[in-house]
Design a protein around this ligand. Structure first.
Ligand SMILES: Cc1cc2nc3c(=O)[nH]c(=O)nc-3n(C[C@H](O)[C@H](O)[C@H](O)COP(=O)(O)OP(=O)(O)OC[C@H]3O[C@@H](n4cnc5c(N)ncnc54)[C@H](O)[C@@H]3O)c2cc1C
Length: 382
């Protein structure tokens, strides 16, 4: 077993780190306060090929492997979790679903422009009365000649205000269906921006589908195959969000350690106080333990097998570590940690989302428990 990153991975990591430090970190506080993601920052990421991170070169993607992609999301989240969530939604949930289930025509139509950042993807599964229980969704898909008519309301749609393509899940005659709905489709309206505790520069909106018409050819996958597409997308998203948790937790330790080295109380830097050392050491242990789960989940996404449980484990642990570590690192900064002028308050608010977004921890644990009880043939359902 080799725990070392290879030369290419080390090179990518330093490239991602430099990009995030130079292009995102200096703006992270401003874009959080302004609750917006400026197109100029997005354009810089496009120029690096990040919006086609895991897509094949045939679609002008960067063809990163699972570990490389995890490192990209980790480094972006170290500077700005909102930005990492925007990217993971676009890549892990939408682009990779099209790559996995799209027809040649659908791949041609969307993937190159998604890699080029001309089209940003949004994932529209959740509804007001269908959250954890996504199978209970009420959006309807009805055939009308060579068109499909969609009616329903989607909530919490990340990227909605900048999206050129929505992957919409709806109830059809054969079960759950998935549709590729262009942002300018008649009958699609981007509504309310959900006010949130954190992730404020990400765009979460309610999306209304009222007599929304798309060509029947925009169906992704087979009729009734929407749930399989949604579940796979959510497993990829879980692996990516786990990496985001690693990034925000690891960077919080850096911020707190630097602060503790400089902040003098009782005549010495507080880093010399054992209580502070304990906070930092505990955080480092958790971050390094998380790192292996995250990279392993990333590696598994390339191996062709089912990685859903491993992604759920990485994401559940990541949500816990990111919340706990940002909380304890905020404590190290004392009153300064609680001030919005310092980055720790934002990191703490952002990290809290990771236990909910991409499916709450309680539901991921049900998937994990199902594996634990499989050999005893016990039925485990959410
Ligand atoms: C910041 C953010 C971004 C999001 N982005 C998107 C997006 O881009 N696209 C999208 O479609 N959705 C998105 N979501 C929605 C997200 O997937 C849902 O919030 C999530 O699935 C939970 O649904 P809910 O909020 O309705 O909570 P509920 O399902 O109502 O759950 C409430 C509580 O009950 C618990 N619970 C529910 N069922 C069970 C059970 N069987 N066993 C034990 N506990 C249970 C939950 O774990 C939770 O703690 C986003 C959410 C957030 C917060």
């Amino acid at each position: 077993m080799d725990f070392a990153l290879n030369e290419e991975q080390r090179m990518f990591r330093s490239m991602f780190r430099d990009f995030a430090a130079k292009e995102i970190a200096p703006h992270a506080e401003d874009i959080d306060q302004e609750e917006t993601l400026p197109p100029a920052i997005l354009q810089k990421a496009v120029e690096q090929g990040f919006l086609g991170a895991t897509l094949p070169e045939a679609y002008f993607g960067a063809e990163l492997d699972g570990v490389g992609y995890a490192m990209l999301v980790e480094e972006l989240a170290a500077s700005c979790v909102s930005f990492a969530v925007m990217l993971a939604t676009h890549v892990s949930e939408v682009a990779m679903s099209i790559l996995g289930y799209g027809t040649d025509a659908q791949k041609e139509e969307w993937l190159t422009s998604m890699a080029a950042g001309e089209v940003v993807g949004a994932f529209a599964l959740t509804e007001p009365d269908a959250g954890s229980d996504a199978l209970a969704l009420q959006t309807r898909a009805a055939a009308d000649g060579d068109e499909v008519v969609l009616d329903g309301v989607k909530t919490w749609v990340a990227n909605a205000s900048i999206a050129g393509l929505f992957l919409v899940f709806a109830q059809g005659p054969d079960g759950m269906d998935a549709f590729l709905v262009p942002g300018d489709a008649p009958g699609l309206t981007v509504g309310y921006r959900e006010p949130t505790l954190g992730l404020r520069s990400a765009n979460f909106h309610t999306v209304y589908l009222e007599d929304c018409r798309v060509p029947a050819a925009n169906q992704l996958g087979r009729p009734g195959g929407g749930w399989e597409i949604a579940r796979q997308a959510q497993s990829r998203m879980a692996a990516a969000l786990a990496a985001a948790g690693l990034g925000v937790a690891a960077d919080s330790v850096q911020v707190a350690a630097r602060f503790a080295s400089e902040r003098v109380q009782f005549g010495v830097p507080i880093a010399q106080k054992q209580a502070i050392q304990g906070y930092i050491a505990d955080a480092m242990i958790e971050v390094e333990a998380l790192r292996y789960l995250v990279y392993r989940a990333g590696w598994l996404t390339d191996q062709g097998g089912d990685f859903a449980v491993d992604a759920s484990m990485a994401k559940s642990f990541s949500a816990r570590v990111a919340s706990r570590v940002t909380n304890s690192m905020l404590q190290v900064l004392g009153g300064y940690g609680y001030m919005e002028d310092y980055p720790m308050a934002r990191k703490y608010r952002d990290a809290r989302a990771l236990g909910i977004i991409g499916g709450p921890t309680e539901v991921h644990k049900v998937h994990i428990a199902r594996q634990a009880f499989a050999e005893w043939d016990v039925e485990i359902v959410p």
